[in-house]
Ligand binder design. Structure first.
Ligand SMILES: Cc1ncc(COP(=O)(O)O)c(C=O)c1O
Length: 490
């Protein structure tokens, strides 16, 4: 039972709690996860009720509550048929080590307090810097996600540009295409900067010539950064990094590359050529929680000249002088925010455990599955690929479907816990989209999902009319194809 004081409660039920937590975690990693489903607040109120009480419920009971009632109301982003947005499919090693990071009370902001963690994180950052082709002096920090990574890079870019600008000039513009991630607009809003759009070429890429036209029109001295993307979120497109880098160099403008999703492809020889020019970037991000098999939330942010970022980001306060006046590498000096969890450690651990060859193989495998999806779509008359396949994102059209049909199809697949594939839109048209970053996603998963889009006449055993989908186009629900095991039982 619980005592009434902190000391009495300190290790109450520790053995049982550890058993409940660690065995849950181990089993969750071991099983093929259930997809699960969202629940309404009313449903959760009914099933769970209030969880905060004066006496507490105790560790094992609360763990059971989570396992039995709360976890099933959270989608498993590592389910092989979770292909929406950008999934997150961490390796066993990364997940298990996340428990260790949580248990270790490491402050990851300073070398003084977290030297061992920072040393390890920096080695993981170095691996990425080498993939990009950044110089030995490059360095950075793991931030909570690409949004904060992009914001931090742009803050460093503007600080640098303003320090270098002729007197009276305060560069306040960023150039990017409409394909750039929404976090770039968000960063500009936070910074009260102006995002200026650049027209894409016929392959939907940012290019040097189009960039030059925009810079010359608005005055290059008014820009503090150009953002290129290697792997746009909606289509996986890689900008023409080499020609963009050249224009940035000519005008002396900071060249930031957002590889939050697609940066992982740098490790895959089959697509590495597409990234030519990335090595010229002034800053770069990639999210290990997307396609590098780390758990949420983790973005690797790298700078060519970290001192420029340090000048922009270091917080000054008397109580911090002991840190900021030391010559040490303090991760917190390279992004917005002060206190930080050593969030790069699960990623580092997984890299150290598995080796970089395993990373290359896993990324290549997901690319192969994306190629299979592309080929399957091409051979089905009722499907059309939209703008080719780029990296591991595949966008396609179901001939004859309205926006409502896509939504009904998606809703029904989720309600059946069969797959999670939400529609996307482009130029006002609703489309289907797969983002494949999970090595557990197999060809069978892709085929099973595509089969649900077949016209009724093409389906062998279709007795189900679909979820309000236009007559004749309902998915052939095949629960027998779903061999997912159940949630962890206690
Ligand atoms: C290209 C790109 N940049 C930035 C982001 C934002 O990253 P986060 O969601 O980790 O903040 C995303 C997210 O999908 C992305 O795809």
């Amino acid at each position: 039972m619980h005592g009434k004081t902190y000391q009495q409660n300190k290790h109450t039920e520790l053995a049982a709690l550890a058993d409940a937590v660690v065995s849950y975690a181990e089993e969750r990693v071991r099983i093929e996860p259930p997809l699960d489903r969202p629940m309404s607040e009313a449903e959760l109120e009914e099933r769970v009720g209030s969880t905060i009480s004066a006496d507490g419920f105790g560790g094992v009971a609360t763990m059971r509550l989570f396992a039995e009632e709360l976890a099933p109301a959270c989608l498993s982003t590592d389910h092989p048929r979770y292909l929406s947005f950008i999934p997150c499919a961490p390796s066993d090693a990364a997940v298990m080590f996340d428990l260790v990071v949580g248990a270790s009370s490491i402050y990851g902001g300073s070398w003084l307090e977290g030297a061992g963690a920072v040393y390890a994180e920096n080695q993981a950052l170095r691996w990425i810097a080498d993939l990009v082709g950044m110089p030995q002096g490059a360095g950075g920090v793991f931030t909570p996600g690409g949004t904060i990574g992009n914001l931090s890079a742009l803050v460093a870019a503007r600080h640098t540009a303003r320090r270098r600008a002729r007197s009276g000039l305060r560069p306040n513009r960023v150039a990017a295409t409409a394909g750039a991630h929404s976090s770039i607009q968000s960063a500009c809003d936070v910074m009260d900067a102006e995002l200026v759009g650049v027209q894409v070429d016929d392959q939907w890429r940012l290019t040097g010539p189009n960039l030059r036209a925009v810079l010359e029109k608005h005055g290059p001295e008014s820009f503090f950064a150009v953002v290129a993307t290697c792997g746009t979120t909606n289509f996986g497109i890689i900008d023409d990094l080499a020609s963009v880098a050249e224009v940035c160099r000519e005008f002396g403008i900071w060249f930031h590359v957002d590889g939050a999703y697609g940066g992982a492809g740098l490790a895959a020889p089959s697509v590495r050529d597409l990234y030519t020019g990335v090595e010229h970037c002034d800053s770069f991000i990639v999210d290990p929680h997307k396609w590098l098999f780390a758990p949420f939330d983790c973005c690797a942010l790298l700078y060519r000249e970290p001192a420029l970022a340090r000048a922009a980001h270091t917080q000054k306060a008397g109580y911090l002088d002991v840190l900021t006046e030391a010559p040490d590498w303090n991760p917190t000096d390279y992004s917005v925010g002060l206190t930080r969890r050593a969030r790069g450690l699960p990623f580092w651990f997984s890299l150290a455990v598995n080796g970089t060859d395993a990373y290359r193989a896993a990324i290549e495998h997901t690319l192969d599955v994306a190629r299979l999806a592309e080929a399957e779509i091409a051979q089905r008359p009722y499907l059309e690929l939209v703008h080719g396949r780029h990296l591991s994102v595949v966008v396609f059209r179901r001939v004859g479907w309205s926006a409502g049909d896509y939504q009904a199809w998606s809703d029904r697949m989720l309600a059946e816990e069969f797959a999670f594939v939400v529609p996307t839109t482009h130029d006002g048209e609703t489309l289907a989209r797969f983002a494949i970053v999970n090595p557990e996603t197999g060809e069978d998963d892709i085929i099973a999902i595509l089969d649900t889009m077949a016209p009724a006449a093409d389906r062998p055993l279709d007795g189900v009319g679909g979820a309000g989908v236009t007559s004749g186009y309902g998915p052939p629900w095949a629960p027998s194809a779903d061999t997912r095991t159940g949630r962890v039982s206690e």
